[in-house]
Write a protein that binds this ligand. Structure first.
Ligand code: ZN
Ligand code: ZN
Length: 303
């Protein structure tokens, strides 16, 4: 699983930072979190492609998180995308996409499925779920967690041999969690040959938010927390008024939630370089980075 930061700026783009968009590449699928203006150009530059299975999760209806959708739909249509595009977001996302469809003269070449999401389970696939929590920014603003389901435990070949399971297709069946019947009629259950199930990975994205216990809870034990830090700690009051975070708030959230790694994003255009923000966060949570556009993080599976 790879995380690609496509846009890491807050509210207004700068020469170095596009607006909020984070791509997660998982197997053949692309999960896009937020879609600020110009996201499709960032996608071209990052080489993530427009034809694969794709889901878009919008955190809230502020322009810098959602105005990239018209351009994305247009580019996908011009490139002749065929696969369905799934879009999830808070109340308002459906009317927004319908308005684009009714007013912009583009002929979509693919179906678009829009679902309005609220706190709780947003979508469930065979190998993962996406869960949302209400964040502390505006009405209906959401934070998202991508949570992989546990994988089956390691296959114990010695146990399988002892039980008389012949090497071959029966081993694969057991590894996939199905019970098998041996030629002598004996039934072998997967638990008899598999070790303890192995945890999946968890990525949490705060979207725009001030300090939020909901985000702390959502981020519990995440492998990666991507948290906004629009302003530095000196501007804590301004951040609070605007429903935004400082590095201190983001780092406290990471610490309380017991995450492994923190990445700050949604950096205000006022910061020419983000070292100050990084320094402030590291005082509280050492394993912190500041996102840059096109930064890539690899999240390997744990054994
Ligand atoms: Zn924003
Ligand atoms: Zn916002």
């Amino acid at each position: 699983m790879q995380v690609i930061f496509l846009g890491t700026g807050g509210s207004i783009p700068t020469p170095k930072r596009g607006l909020s968009a984070i791509a997660v590449r998982r197997k053949n699928e692309l999960l896009l979190f937020d879609c600020g203006e110009g996201t499709q150009r960032q996608m071209i530059q990052a080489g993530v492609g427009f034809h694969r299975k794709t889901k878009v999760f919008v955190t809230h209806m502020h322009g810098d998180h959602v105005l990239g959708l018209p351009g994305l739909l247009q580019t996908m249509a011009l490139l002749g995308r065929k696969k369905k595009l799934e879009i999830y977001g808070p109340v308002g996302i459906r009317a927004f996409v319908e308005a684009i469809n009714q007013t912009v003269q583009f002929s979509l070449t693919f179906p678009v499925e829009v679902s309005e999401a609220e706190a709780g389970l947003v979508c469930e696939e065979k190998e993962y779920t996406v869960i949302a929590a209400q964040s502390n920014h505006i009405d209906n603003s959401l934070a998202y967690a991508l949570v992989e389901k546990p994988r089956p435990g390691r296959f114990n070949t010695q146990k399988a041999k002892k039980l008389g399971v012949p090497e071959g297709p029966l081993w694969s069946k057991l590894q996939c969690g199905s019970s098998v019947t041996l030629p002598n009629g004996k039934k072998v259950e997967p638990e008899m040959v598999l070790g303890a199930s192995r945890p999946g990975r968890k990525i949490v994205y705060s979207g725009d938010t001030g300090q939020s216990e909901n985000v702390v809870k959502l981020a519990e034990k995440a492998d990666l927390l991507i948290h906004e830090a629009t302003f530095d700690d000196e501007l804590a009051e301004r951040a609070m008024e605007d429903g935004h975070s400082t590095p201190c708030v983001a780092a406290e959230t990471a610490k309380k939630a017991g995450v492994k790694r923190l990445v700050l994003t949604h950096i205000s255009a006022r910061y020419k370089d983000a070292d100050l923000l990084l320094e402030q966060a590291k005082k509280i949570f050492v394993n912190t980075d500041v996102a840059e556009d096109f930064m890539r993080l690899e999240l390997p599976l744990q054994d």
